[in-house]
Write a protein that binds this ligand. Structure first.
Ligand SMILES: [Cu+2]
Length: 128
């Protein structure tokens, strides 16, 4: 009988320890989510992509993961856009958009049918 009580006490202690850990994780999570909107309102990092007919200024761009980054498109000749394929991000003309992406390698394509070299306007975005 005493063994059973010891067993249950151990179990209770374990459950308490586990729920305490869970509580800590939840606290950390709510800290992250409460600070995220502030960060996205004012991105501390800017990525400038320059486009001309018919190429982007770099074959590869990099930005930090899970961080709001202000992506700015500058057209130096012609009218072009930046589309981050599969991410619902499209910046058309000389504009900026604050974008937060998880780690990965993304394709950038021109978002506007800009002429004969349009299909060549591709670049990579490396988020790490
Ligand atoms: Cu184009």
């Amino acid at each position: 009988m005493q063994r059973k009580i010891a067993y249950f006490l151990t179990l209770t202690a374990l459950v308490l320890a586990l729920s305490a850990c869970g509580g800590n994780n939840k606290d950390a999570g709510s800290d992250n989510s409460s600070s995220a909107p502030v960060e996205s309102a004012s991105a501390s990092t800017e990525l400038v992509i320059t486009a001309k007919s018919w190429e982007f200024d770099k074959p590869e761009y990099t930005m930090p993961k899970d961080t709001p980054v202000k992506i700015t498109l500058e057209n130096t000749s012609g009218a072009h856009g930046v589309e981050i394929v599969g991410q619902d991000v499209e910046i058309v003309g000389n504009k900026s958009e604050v974008v937060t992406l998880p780690a990965g390698t993304y394709e950038i394509e021109c978002a506007i049918m800009c002429g004969s070299g349009h299909s060549k306007m591709k670049a990579k975005l490396i988020v790490s």
